[in-house]
Write a protein that binds this ligand. Structure first.
Ligand SMILES: O=C(O)CCC(=O)C(=O)O
Ligand SMILES: [Fe+2]
Length: 290
């Protein structure tokens, strides 16, 4: 267990330390205090939970719902939606399929193992660790299933380091709380688990396209001491080589172009060659930085 090894050997031993009766995590996975999750972070009561039912009936389309979405995009880059039109049975089935996948024997899952982030289908480790991060599977190019295993010292480490997503919009289904986002004052906020809700997060493409008016939300996932947590993450993005830049309508004398154009391939190249805990790709695109 002590050997981190490469991703592949980590994967074969990707079992819960709790299950093995191990009461501490290897020291190299312990984060410096400033990067650890806050032990008593309250579950947010201010992250908007937006009811989308009015948007489906043209006669009821509510300006206030649209406004709520706009404010959430500008201030936080994240909100939850309810009455979104995706049947609970569909979400349950997705979680069931994900559970079945993670229950497969390791050898079978290993056939999909790759550290090459350019591969459309692969299983790997975001942080390369068997404790704080379990497995990621790309079920299709833009879909991830994640399983965060119980961790004996959840206060010392993270399931996923702080990052923002590369795409335009991420839609996330979670089975319990554990996702944390940075609020408009740059403080961590825990996203509450709301039965049947989907979490919507804006990604880097949206921040760039809006010329910085909308925020690509910084988020991370914590692990907890006794229960596993599943998330199904659907990342919506433009095609591999399609360039994205600020919309011309949003650029003028008062709002100069603030980002360089980029494409998904450049993002993948960035995360292959850089330590993503040290800086975000979207920040490298910023123009006119002081
Ligand atoms: O598991 C989670 O809640 C977060 C997953 C995530 O941020 C990602 O896959 O990009
Ligand atoms: Fe993410």
């Amino acid at each position: 267990m002590e050997q981190q090894g490469n991703g592949a050997s980590s994967f074969t031993s990707a079992v819960s330390l709790n299950k093995l009766g191990v009461s501490s995590i290897p020291r190299r996975y312990v984060l410096p205090p400033s990067q650890r999750p806050s032990p008593h972070l309250p579950i947010s009561t201010t992250l908007p939970i937006i009811d989308l039912s009015t948007l489906r009936d043209q006669s009821l389309v509510s300006r206030s719902t649209i406004n709520e979405i706009r404010i959430a995009c500008k201030e936080i880059g994240c909100f939850q939606v309810i009455n979104h039109g995706i049947d609970q049975s569909v979400m349950d089935e997705a979680l069931e399929v994900s559970t079945q996948f993670f229950n497969l024997p390791s050898a079978e899952k290993m056939r999909l193992f790759s550290e090459d982030v350019h591969k459309p289908y692969r299983i790997g480790f975001t942080c390369g660790l068997q404790i704080r991060q379990t497995t990621v599977t790309y079920m299709k190019k833009s879909m991830e299933g994640r399983k965060h295993l119980p961790c004996p010292e959840p206060g010392l480490t993270l399931g996923i380091h702080p990052h923002s997503d590369y795409g335009s919009i991420t839609v996330l289904l979670q089975t319990r709380s554990g996702l944390e986002i940075k609020d408009k004052n740059n403080n961590w906020m825990s996203v509450p688990f709301v039965e049947g809700a989907l979490v919507v997060q804006l990604g880097d493409q949206m921040e760039v396209m809006s010329n910085g008016q909308y925020k690509s939300v910084i988020h991370r996932a914590t692990v907890n001491g006794d229960e596993k947590r599943f998330s199904i993450v659907s990342l919506h993005s433009f095609a591999m080589d399609r360039k994205t830049g600020p919309a011309v309508e949003l650029v003028d004398d008062q709002h100069p172009k603030s980002y360089k154009e980029f494409c998904f391939r450049e993002f993948l190249d960035f995360i292959s060659c850089n330590d993503i805990t040290k800086g975000r790709f979207v920040d490298t695109l910023k123009l006119n930085r002081p």
